[in-house]
Structure formats: C-alpha cells, structure tokens
Unconditional design. Structure first.
Length: 284
C-alpha cells in the first residue's frame, strides 16, 4: 500500500520537470530519462535498480503491479503516488502513449566502448545512422534475444533514451550494455582492434548470408575456420537508404540477406534479427 501525499496537480513544477525529460536537451542536462509502463519499469528495477531515481504510480497500478512497487521499495527507490492526470502529463503530449499507471525516472544507461571491449564480446550490434527510434528499439530487443553482448549506436543515430526507443526495447535496454555517440569509423577501428570481424548488412553485399551459414556448419564438423564462428560485429544502416558506400567500405565484408520470394527487401528489424541469429547459431 502506498503512503504519503498523492501528487495531483498536472501543472506543478515537479510534473513539468519530469515531462521535459521527453526531450533530449532536458535529458542531457539532467542525466536522466523516462521509463514508461510495467514491462520496462519491471526490467529496470530487476537489472538496473541502482539507476532508478524515482517511481511514480497511480493507486490502481499500485494494486495491480504490487510486485513492482515492492521491488522499488526494496531497492530504496522513492515511490510517489500520482493521479491519472498527473501521470498523463508526465508522459507528454503523445496521445498514443499509455504508461499503464507506472512511470520511472532513471539515470542514463550508456556505457563506454572501452568497457564493453574489455569484456571480450563475441557478438555486437552496431546501428549506423538509424534515426527512427522504433527501429532502433526493435534492433536492441532483437540483439538481446539473440544473446548479443552489446549494442552500439553511432553519433549519427537516434538517442537511445528517446521515449519511443525505450518503449520499443520492451525492457531489453536494461539487459545488455549500450554504447552511444561514437563515430562509426572510430567504432569500427576499436572493434577490429579487439579482434571482432566487422560485417556490414546491406542489400548491395557480395557475400550471401546463407553461404556464411553453410561455411559455419561445415566448420562445425571439420574444424576449418569460419567467419561467423568467431567474434562478429554487425553494422546496420538506415532503413530507407541502407549503408552509404563510405560506411560499407569500413567493414571486412558486406553481407546481404537473401530474398527468396518477391519482396523488394526486409525491414531493418527483420534483417537485423536474421543476421544476429545467424551469428548466435554459429557460436553454439
């Protein structure tokens, strides 16, 4: 059961300060971002409780998601009861957003690339010029599902703390390290120096993903070398125009996902999932 005074004024300074975190300038100044909804809040408390600064919850949500409130209190996260109107104001002007009675404020989750590479990752997803927050969140979720060790968003990609991106990860944002703000050439150089092969996923690729999978399957029984069986970083570009030639040139190989039917192409999330799972299978 919640205690303390319920925050009820949607126009209060405190509510406005939380709502401003929907915008990147406010996030950068405060070093905090919004996490909305039971799934994402639950995972934040489960995996990154030390980064959760505050939990706001309606009375109905406190009863329905009592285990989330209990987890917050157990982690010494302040829990503030709010009205539905206040929670809606905190979530911003997007009428499609439904936080389902729960909203948390968290510290930014990005980590340094050096820290990721020191752990000797075997599978990394790199997002280059991925501007759509929904696409970025979907790739993070796919990387998590495939068992990737980290995700890197270049300086030309969307802010991973964008509310739509956070929602699209469905909690995966808190499951694996995320690096942000590194220029692609610097990222590729660091990944190669850490002995990861860098593969650019693009429809213009000369290498067919099926051929790499065949090579890996043969190597499983013969012991021959195979690219996918080693540490790999996959680079994914913008859904609309893919990877420009200069970005493709940075990779060790440019790999295309075969299209066997009449579809013009795959969307970014699907292509990324196929590539990441190909590496995951080869690593088994």
């Amino acid at each position: 059961m919640l205690s303390g005074e319920t925050l009820a004024n949607p126009r209060s300074d405190r509510v406005k300060a939380v709502a401003r975190l929907s915008g990147r300038p406010a996030r950068l100044r405060a070093g905090r971002f919004l996490v909305e909804g039971p799934q994402s809040v639950r995972e934040a408390l489960r995996f990154r409780a030390a980064d959760v600064v505050q939990l706001y919850v309606t009375e109905a949500a406190a009863q329905r998601y009592a285990e989330i409130v209990a987890a917050a209190l157990a982690a010494d996260v302040p829990v503030t009861p709010v009205t539905e109107a206040v929670l809606a104001a905190m979530a911003g002007d997007d009428a499609t957003v439904n936080p389902q009675g729960l909203l948390a404020v968290c510290g930014l989750v990005d980590v340094p690339l050096d820290e990721v590479l020191a752990a000797r990752p075997r599978l990394v997803a790199v997002l280059a010029q991925v501007r759509d927050p929904g696409n970025a969140g979907t790739v993070i979720r796919a990387a998590d599902a495939a068992g990737a060790d980290a995700v890197l968003l270049t300086d030309a990609s969307v802010d991973v703390h964008n509310p739509k991106c956070v929602r699209s990860t469905a909690g995966s944002l808190f499951h694996l390290p995320v690096v942000t703000g590194v220029p692609l050439p610097d990222a590729v150089a660091a990944l190669k120096a850490a002995d990861l092969a860098v593969l650019a996923a693009d429809g213009a690729g000369r290498t067919d993903l099926d051929d790499l999978l065949d090579e890996a399957e043969t190597a499983r029984t013969t012991g021959a070398p195979a690219l996918l069986r080693g540490p790999v970083a996959w680079v994914f570009g913008n859904e609309a125009w893919g990877l420009p030639p200069a970005d493709r040139a940075l990779a060790d190989q440019v790999v295309r996902v075969p299209v066997h039917g009449h579809a013009e192409s795959l969307n970014l999330g699907t292509a990324a999932t196929v590539c990441l799972y190909a590496s995951a299978r080869a690593h088994r």
